[in-house]
Design a protein around this ligand. Structure first.
Ligand SMILES: NC(=O)c1ccc[n+]([C@@H]2O[C@H](COP(=O)([O-])OP(=O)(O)OC[C@H]3O[C@@H](n4cnc5c(N)ncnc54)[C@H](OP(=O)(O)O)[C@@H]3O)[C@@H](O)[C@H]2O)c1
Length: 458
């Protein structure tokens, strides 16, 4: 059990919504079951919907019961720590009432307020301001947790970050991309920081290309309204997959503090460049997409996207990067593949060696080494085989947290390593904006459901 000086008051704004039910409540229970929630924590749901305490407790219980893999015997203990407060997001008077409620609930204890924004981005600005005018003045400390998407382009992201920056220090703000809470993604950084052997392999001059893939068999699922507004490029590439690229290609800093890590990631992200050529991009849509309820028959949203990028840094300049993602494909596969250059002695038939960080379907580190199967004397009939050295990256300790539980735990502990910095968000949007600029000149490739998707760039 963690030692905490302050009472932690975690307010979930939008507690009546999907993210709260599907992810946050189960994650909070996961932390509670694994003894990772501070004893002196209070969880407060906030929303415009008028709910009684019993109704909210019922909602919380149902959400946890549906999603958790843990036994439910500890749930009554957690329910004692939760409550609900109804109010508008744009009304400062409601936030004053909320603050009074929080002060009373604390009964004189020093307190830290964690405000989790589980609401649509349209109300982010209101909450940012109203917390600053109320709880920020009465609590010992305040932390904000906002989840991607941060804006819809560079300009809107800048506006949002400026609004936040007007009231809060960046260290008070936890900008969440749940991909960074996934254990195998965190392993990329952890392995690189502890094993120079891996860094010696990730030498740009020895690498022929990097490919990052996130292929899903699922369709767009429950978030269809959201997805139809954004599509693959903004949903998957803008943050998740560019972050994977940054973790793989960044320099390992001298210090392991958060600012150094964020700086090194941004050194890469700010140098990532899209050529602006339509040959370097593919957009696709699976054939049955438009038959989904609520989707217009004219929808041009991309359920598949692929692009070729370059990193404008001296060492990475000649290494092409391919990023590819899609839904309703024939396989589940999320991986980052580092492909090594062949040596002059290797003939055309020889296959390249590869280092693979596999995130799905299995969590693994793989080294694919090529061995010649045939004799050197028989140069006519060369044959090769792949030797795979692999190690699972699955959690083996007593404490195995899912992505949301891990990140909520980090927020409570004040650990920002696996959250995004303001500059990283802006750099990533610059890349996507340069892609969006030429979207209208590209064609949308329709692909049959459960196939490999449109023709690949590489
Ligand atoms: N759902 C997911 O799996 C998921 C995944 C990744 C990121 N996110 C992000 O997490 C945030 C919340 O997502 P969500 O899916 O939970 O959203 P949601 O269900 O649409 O909304 C959450 C709550 O916000 C309030 N709300 C909805 N629309 C509103 C509006 N126009 N103005 C003011 N309040 C409104 C509603 O509560 P009241 O009416 O009771 O106030 C609603 O229950 C979003 O920023 C989303 O992009 C969601």
């Amino acid at each position: 059990m963690q030692k905490n000086n302050f009472l932690k008051q975690v307010i979930i704004f939008g507690a009546t919504g999907d993210l709260a039910s599907l992810m946050l409540f189960p994650a909070i229970y996961e932390l509670f079951v694994q003894d990772q929630l501070p004893e002196n924590v209070q969880i407060i749901g906030y929303g415009r919907s008028v709910l009684s305490q019993e109704e909210f407790a019922q909602k919380f219980t149902e959400s946890v019961s549906k999603k958790t893999n843990h036994k439910l015997d500890k749930l009554p203990g957690l329910i004692k720590k939760i409550s609900y407060f109804a109010g508008q997001y744009g009304d400062v008077a409601d936030f004053e009432k909320l603050d009074k409620y929080l002060v009373d609930l604390a009964a004189g204890a020093e307190r830290e307020v964690v405000a989790y924004f589980s609401v649509p981005p349209v109300v982010f600005g209101d909450i940012v301001k109203n917390i600053a005018l109320t709880a920020k003045k009465t609590a010992t400390s305040v932390k904000l947790v906002l989840e991607k998407p941060f804006g819809v382009d560079e300009k809107s992201a800048e506006k949002l970050l400026a609004e936040i920056g007007q009231y809060y220090d960046q260290r008070e703000v936890f900008l969440l991309d749940h991909y960074l809470g996934k254990r195998p993604i965190q392993s990329i950084l952890k392995l690189r920081m502890e094993n120079n052997v891996i860094n010696l392999m990730i030498k740009p001059e020895e690498i022929s290309k990097i490919t990052i893939i996130a292929a899903e068999q699922n369709d767009v699922g429950q978030r269809i309204g959201y997805y139809d507004q954004v599509g693959c490029m903004k949903d998957m590439v803008q943050s998740h997959l560019l972050q994977v690229l940054a973790l793989i290609t960044m320099n390992i800093p001298v210090k392991s503090d958060t600012e150094s890590l964020h700086r090194e990631k941004n050194n890469i992200l700010s140098a990532v460049r899209f050529s602006g050529q339509i040959e370097d991009i593919v957009f696709g849509q699976y054939e049955s997409y438009k038959t989904l309820e609520g989707i217009s028959e004219n929808s041009k949203v991309d359920t598949y996207c692929e692009l070729k990028l370059q990193i404008d840094r001296r060492e990475w300049f000649n290494v092409p990067v391919y990023i590819r993602s899609g839904k309703k494909l024939d396989q589940i596969s999320t991986q980052a593949i580092i492909e090594f250059k062949k040596m002059p002695i290797q003939g055309e038939k020889a296959i390249s060696n590869k280092l693979v960080f596999e995130i799905k379907p299995l969590e693994m580190l793989k080294l694919k080494l090529i061995q010649r199967r045939t004799d050197f004397r028989d140069s006519e009939n060369e044959e090769f085989e792949v030797i795979e050295l692999e190690q699972g990256l699955m959690c083996r300790s007593d404490l195995c947290l899912g992505a949301y539980a891990s990140l909520i735990n980090d927020v409570i502990l004040g650990e920002r390593k696996f959250f995004l910095s303001f500059p990283e968000i802006i750099s990533a949007w610059k890349v996507i904006d340069s892609v969006e600029k030429i979207r209208s000149k590209t064609k949308l490739n329709y692909y049959p459901d459960e196939t490999g998707g449109p023709t690949k760039l590489s």
